[in-house]
Ligand binder design. Sequence first.
Ligand SMILES: Nc1ncnc2c1ncn2[C@@H]1O[C@H](COP(=O)(O)OP(=O)(O)OP(=O)(O)O)[C@@H](O)[C@H]1O
Ligand SMILES: [Mg+2]
Length: 283
Amino acid sequence: MFTSIQNFIGATEELFALFNEEEEQLVEIAQIASDQELHGQITFKDLSFAYPMRSHELVLRNINIEISSNQLIALVGSSGAGKSTIASLLLSLHLPTKGSICFDDRDSSEFSISAIRHQIALVPQDIFLFGGSIRENIAYGKIDATDEEINDAALKANAMEFIERFPERFETIVGERGTQLSGGQRQRIAIARAVLKNPKILILDEATSSLDSESERLVQDALEKLMTGRTSIVIAHRLSTIRNADQILVMDKGQIAEKGTHKTLMKKTDGIYKNLSELQYNG
Ligand SMILES: Nc1ncnc2c1ncn2[C@@H]1O[C@H](COP(=O)(O)OP(=O)(O)OP(=O)(O)O)[C@@H](O)[C@H]1O
Ligand SMILES: [Mg+2]
């Protein structure tokens, strides 16, 4: 009983903390105003960042990145280097501590949070499916989507193959109280969400856990289709997936240590990327 009470008190405290959070100004947008449209160009200007709860520790230091519209950018580097943090800053989940992020040469503060989140899709490292149907979980990318749009998104995400094997198809309940989906299946639901959203900027935070080679192939194939025609930022753990990137940014302890294409980075003697690459192919 004592542990239950302790858990209860802990949960209540968290709940009150949540109630006290300042509300973000999010509004449903039917149509993005033309001055709020993103065209896919991104600049990080001398950006440094510390998480508010650990304000003394800079997680990102003096980051400068220039991304042109429709480029494919890869972010690589060891665990804890700050890759996912870059993704959350792009989505305005946090504000830079120093420096700035610009979209199409305009400071990100000139865009509403809603406009930013409507036009940037993130396929996260840990995919969260809420208790509900597969349909609802896909439609999360666009609440008013039609059945046809959802079907189309599932097809493009290579998710139809397993959805059709469930007797209830799109109405199958997933999550804690429903059918458990495998890692690869969850990833394809998340990709379907992003397809439906049709974002100008796509961020893929690749899962660290490896998939079996068949689902890996299905996920990779769906991602490649999704990346065309928009700015894509791929946080990659398997370097084989990013060989064709326009720019590879190698992060190390919150800084960008190396920048270039696969070809130029492989020519660097004792380069971090070169070493990682050799380890992965020969290991
Ligand atoms: N919400 C948070 N609050 C405080 N510190 C955090 C938070 N999220 C991440 N960090 C810290 O920020 C640093 C960078 O974390 P981040 O998640 O960006 O790393 P990563 O490069 O994505 O690593 P991985 O490859 O393991 O996913 C780490 O030291 C981590 O402990
Ligand atoms: Mg991460």
